[in-house]
Write a protein that binds this ligand. Structure first.
Ligand SMILES: NC(=O)c1ccc[n+]([C@@H]2O[C@H](COP(=O)([O-])OP(=O)(O)OC[C@H]3O[C@@H](n4cnc5c(N)ncnc54)[C@H](O)[C@@H]3O)[C@@H](O)[C@H]2O)c1
Length: 324
């Protein structure tokens, strides 16, 4: 039996945002129904960064993502984040594929934002603000485009170059986009924050009633993008209770005592499964606190594997000697 090797190029060739969103929505629903296995991430910490193992099992799909974060890597000509995923057959444990998961991470993160906005944002949302116009902003935009007809993008970043590049990218889809400051970016129907900030980049008073916010950037203890009082004012939905309390957007407001874990409205999966309501009025402010779940990666990897097999993409190798 062969193991399929899938490079970043191969993954890019087969994976569409539509496919990623379908797989990730189902993964969240199963999470809401408590029908997944997802032990907490395991960390190895080094002077210059860390490595994390993220295993998961859902609906016949099993695997583990092994991903680093080394902020000084660009100086050495290497990306900050590189991810590899082993996709295994739960029947036998056989490694069906070893694939790049850097693109999978970006796509599944975008997919989560798009799905959260589908359940939480006002249906007539037209103006989309972005604070942080780096890697994640691009796949967030791709996913939001699947759900809404975007009339205007307001892009803000401490790097004007990054904001301009993102505005150009929006232009490729015929979207009217402009570079603005953070306050002006909040003048929107759906705001996406994807910065690595450790102090709020969004002030409570900048956000009007009825806004939905996808808070993507905070995924480790001490990270925070939104004013704690804004979290207190909003209906907060998390991807996973334990991960969010540990390192999501809610981690600082909880540590400060501004909110309690019981104040969190629901997980996204509970809303998708129909156990809890999503948006209930045009006036409420909703926040989706995304930390990134292993089930999103494995569900997306399953689609990549199935499509690669069907389309003959990738390089099969024989890992183990034949024992028959
Ligand atoms: N929730 C998830 O599943 C998930 C997945 C991937 C990454 N992330 C997190 O999202 C964040 C962004 O990741 P990325 O891959 O897009 O990184 P990136 O480095 O590609 O982009 C970050 C962008 O934010 C900008 N920025 C930094 N500080 C800012 C500030 N105070 N105000 C405005 N802009 C600012 C930078 O100039 C850059 O353009 C990181 O914190 C990362 O850990 C979360």
């Amino acid at each position: 039996m062969n193991t399929l090797i899938l490079t970043e190029r191969d993954v890019r060739d087969v994976l569409t945002m539509k496919d990623a969103m379908k797989a990730v929505e189902r993964a969240f629903e199963l999470h809401g129904r408590r029908a997944v296995q997802m032990p907490p991430k395991v960390y190895l910490n080094f002077d210059k960064g860390d490595l994390r193992a993220m295993p998961a099992y859902l609906e016949g799909h099993a695997g583990v993502k092994w991903v680093n974060s080394h902020p000084e890597n660009p100086k050495r000509g290497l990306p900050t984040v590189m991810a590899v995923l082993i996709y295994s057959d739960p029947e036998t444990g056989f490694p069906l594929a070893i694939m790049d998961a850097t693109h999978i991470t970006n796509m599944r993160t975008g997919a989560a934002g798009g799905i959260a906005a589908k359940y939480l944002a006002r249906k007539d949302s037209k103006i989309f603000g972005f604070i942080g116009c780096g890697t994640q902003a691009y796949t967030q935009l791709l996913a939001l485009r699947e759900v809404f007809s975007i009339e205007k993008v307001l892009a803000s970043d401490i790097s004007e170059r990054n904001a301009k590049r993102f505005v150009e990218y929006c232009g490729r889809f015929g979207i009217d986009a402009e570079v603005v400051d953070a306050k002006r970016a909040c003048d929107c129907d759906v705001l996406t924050t994807s910065t690595p900030s450790r102090k709020p980049v969004v002030r409570n008073e900048w956000i009007a009633d009825g806004t939905h916010i996808n808070a993507i950037g905070a995924d480790a203890p001490g990270k925070q993008e939104l004013d704690s009082m804004l979290i207190k004012r909003a209906k907060v939905v998390v991807d996973d209770m334990e991960q969010a309390v540990h390192g999501g957007e809610v981690n600082v407001p909880i540590a400060e005592g501004v909110i309690k874990p019981e104040d969190i409205h629901a997980t996204l999966g509970e809303i998708i499964a129909g156990f809890k309501p999503g948006r209930e009025s045009g006036e409420e402010i909703t926040v989706f606190d995304s930390t990134g779940l292993a089930i999103q990666d494995i569900a997306t990897a399953s689609v990549v594997y199935e499509k690669a097999i069907k389309e003959g993409v990738g390089t099969p190798i024989q890992f183990f000697e034949d024992r028959r």
